[in-house]
Design a protein around this ligand. Structure first.
Ligand code: PRX
Length: 641
């Protein structure tokens, strides 16, 4: 593999790293010229004058959709399949680069016809579909800023994002199909808008996915197919500055309010493209499949942008890994001759369980010889899952790229490169060439290998977050705390190996949980719980390790009524889970809810979450509890299990 790889062997990797360290901006400028076509070439690479608000390639202009589509057609890929779409029910459709360009232009024209202008925000609340990707590309084409909201978020969460972005238009579908079930999307948009505060929204464009019953608001709602049919299939791209925002994507932080992470056009595309090509060692004949949803950053960078920016053929999948059964992924890899497969540890762990239970679901039953490279993303992959993935999916011959990155980083940051990096299960190994990662203590001093500390990125990188939408102060204080001397604080604990210098990620150091690879803030769930003012007096949420989902949400709740037990407790817990489903979405429903008369607090009233974490894990409390106002509450909490 090393001979044909884009980064051909460890020496080639070392040379790139040396090149970047000798001339950081020169290195990124070379990459930026190679991977992106600029309308106006940039003369400035990195502008640090307003740190931590960094600007990359600032005087260059480009259009992201032109790079992903027109440029591929011009390079002779017009008839190449861009997307192989497999629907929930197994139906397959294909779209070539020429067709994807035409559909994007029609959609872009339709957005313009609805009055959407450069810089306007468009919320996209769509199922996994070609139309979803087209909607994103169409925004990019006209310089509108999309904010994709994952279809699993509730009407309330959707409304918060519509309000925060002041979106002028929402693109949605009548329903989405997942695991054989039709779930409402348009009805959620109706509900979100009915909740009020979304007065900027003029139009709701509706993709007819199932033809299911929906309500219709005349003058506001329009069918996507009708709006696009009448439009021409060409649309001159809007040339934007490199720093023009491409999208906002909301993610959880350590407060109750999700952050609108703002990404750029130029720097983002540069790093999306180079990481797609090098990390997956993608070649023109590869078939790439990233199983993420476009509602998360992985679906942005490694579905909607990266693969198209390098002219790849990719699979886009509407459904879920366990429908009609837990062999769906293996069957699809076989059917579409997938050569590069990128998924999350949580999916692997659940498929391992299924395959152990039923032999016919085992990947060994399928012809997976087309696979060449496997990827993992979103959470730490435990060595046992890594070994299984390597042996049974990759047939022992495919390297696994364990890629560490975040919504904020925009693209992969720490990762092996196939053929260049010797792999160690459970380690995301080394920085992508041009990324300056380190482990430091709380005062910002670099720690020796073998000691765990805070993961930081010391130099700005092209696809980094530009700001938190409408909250520059929160951006600066969350990611660039003064004691770290200008380094970016990732929010993860990590350690480097004594001998190899390889990085291993320990997990979040803040109040952010990772449940099935979905990022959830404990404060967000607490706020949702206490918003149930009729029932809940107080709530605290912590994570505990879970074999399948990585972490599980555990909520401790003090009710306004007497502490329920038995049946009554089960009934109230179900009611509260429903409530959270409505406030945030099903992904935020706690696995466990325990009721108590109080929470463990210090005399000054501070809830001691570390004790709750021990209780949730079922550990004996070994910490000093002398500062507790009410130590007896710990026994009650442990009993409540
Ligand atoms: O804790 C890290 C974990 O996921 C967090 C970022 O979540 P999100 O912004 O939703 O982006 C996920 C997809 C890029 C990180 O702070 N994480 C992500 N990848 C890995 C990981 N933890 C360990 N290993 C990884 N490969």
């Amino acid at each position: 593999m090393a001979r044909h790889a884009h980064v051909a062997g460890r020496a080639a990797y070392d040379a790139l790293v040396a090149g970047a360290s000798a001339d950081y901006t020169g290195y990124w400028a070379r990459i930026a010229r190679k991977f992106v076509e600029w309308k106006t070439p940039f003369t400035q690479v990195l502008d640090e004058s307003d740190a931590p608000f960094f600007r990359w390639f600032a005087d260059g202009t480009l259009n992201v959709s032109h790079n992903c589509l027109d440029r591929q057609v011009a390079a002779g890929r017009g008839d190449k399949v861009a997307i192989v779409f497999e629907a929930d029910d197994g139906q397959v459709s294909r779209v070539t680069y020429s067709e994807l360009l035409a559909r994007t232009c029609r959609a872009a024209n339709a957005l313009k016809a609805q009055g959407v202008k450069k810089g306007d925000r468009v919320v996209i609340y769509m199922p996994m579909s070609i139309e979803g990707v087209v909607a994103m590309q169409a925004c990019a084409r006209i310089g509108a800023v999309h904010a994709v909201v994952f279809g699993g978020f509730s009407a309330q969460a959707l409304r918060d994002r519509i309000i925060d972005t002041e979106a002028v238009l929402v693109v949605t579908a009548d329903q989405q199909l997942r695991g054989g079930r039709a779930l409402p999307l348009k009805a959620m948009v109706d509900e979100a808008l009915a909740l009020g505060g979304c007065q900027a929204v003029r139009t709701v464009l509706v993709y007819r996915r199932t033809g299911g019953e929906i309500d219709w608001v005349d003058g506001r709602d329009a069918w996507l197919h009708e709006a696009t049919e009448r439009e021409p299939d060409t649309c001159e791209p809007e040339w934007v500055d490199a720093e023009h925002p491409l999208f906002l994507l909301y993610t959880s932080g350590s407060t109750g309010k999700p952050k609108g992470v703002q990404h750029s056009s130029g720097g983002y595309l540069v790093q999306a493209a180079v990481t797609t090509q090098w990390t997956f060692d993608l070649h023109d004949d590869d078939v790439f499949w990233c199983t993420a949803d476009i509602g998360w950053v992985t679906g942005h960078t490694y579905i909607a942008y990266g693969p198209l920016a390098v002219g790849a053929t990719q699979v886009v999948f509407e459904g879920i890994p366990t429908y009609p059964d837990a062999a769906r992924f293996w069957r699809m890899i076989e059917a579409h001759r997938v050569s590069v497969f990128y998924t999350a540890p949580t999916a692997i762990r659940s498929l391992i369980k299924a395959a152990e239970g039923r032999g016919d679901l085992h990947p060994a039953r399928f012809d997976l010889h087309s696979l060449r490279v496997l990827g993992s993303v979103g959470e730490p992959i435990n060595p046992a899952a890594w070994e299984w993935y390597h042996a049974h999916v990759g047939g022992g011959r495919c390297p696994i790229v364990d890629t560490w990155w975040q919504t904020e980083t925009g693209a992969q940051m720490l990762t092996p490169l196939p053929g260049a990096t010797t792999l160690v299960p459970g380690s995301c190994t080394l920085p992508f060439p041009g990324i300056d990662a380190a482990i430091v203590d709380e005062a910002g001093h670099e720690l020796p290998n073998g000691q765990s500390g805070l993961l930081v990125i010391r130099k700005p990188w092209p696809s980094m977050i530009r700001t938190i939408w409408k909250d520059k102060a929160r951006y600066a204080s969350s990611y660039f705390p003064p004691e770290l001397g200008g380094a970016y604080l990732a929010g993860d604990g990590a350690m480097r190996d004594v001998d190899t210098g390889y990085f291993t990620i320990g997990g979040r150091i803040d109040d952010v949980l990772n449940v099935s690879g979905h990022r959830m803030g404990t404060m967000e769930i607490e706020s949702a719980l206490v918003a149930c003012t009729e029932l809940v007096a107080e709530a605290a949420v912590v994570g505990r390790p879970d074999d399948t989902t990585g972490e599980a949400i555990c909520a401790f709740v003090v009710l306004k009524q007497e502490r329920p037990t038995g049946e009554a407790a089960a009934r109230l817990a179900a009611e509260l889970r429903q409530w959270i489903g409505r406030e945030i979405g099903p992904i935020a429903k706690p696995k466990e809810i325990r009721f108590a008369d109080n929470l463990p607090k210090t005399r000054s009233g501070k809830i001691l979450r570390r004790l709750l974490r021990s209780v949730a894990k079922g550990e004996a409390i070994t910490q000093d509890v002398s500062t507790l106002e009410n130590p007896a509450i710990l026994d009650q909490l442990a009993e409540a299990h």
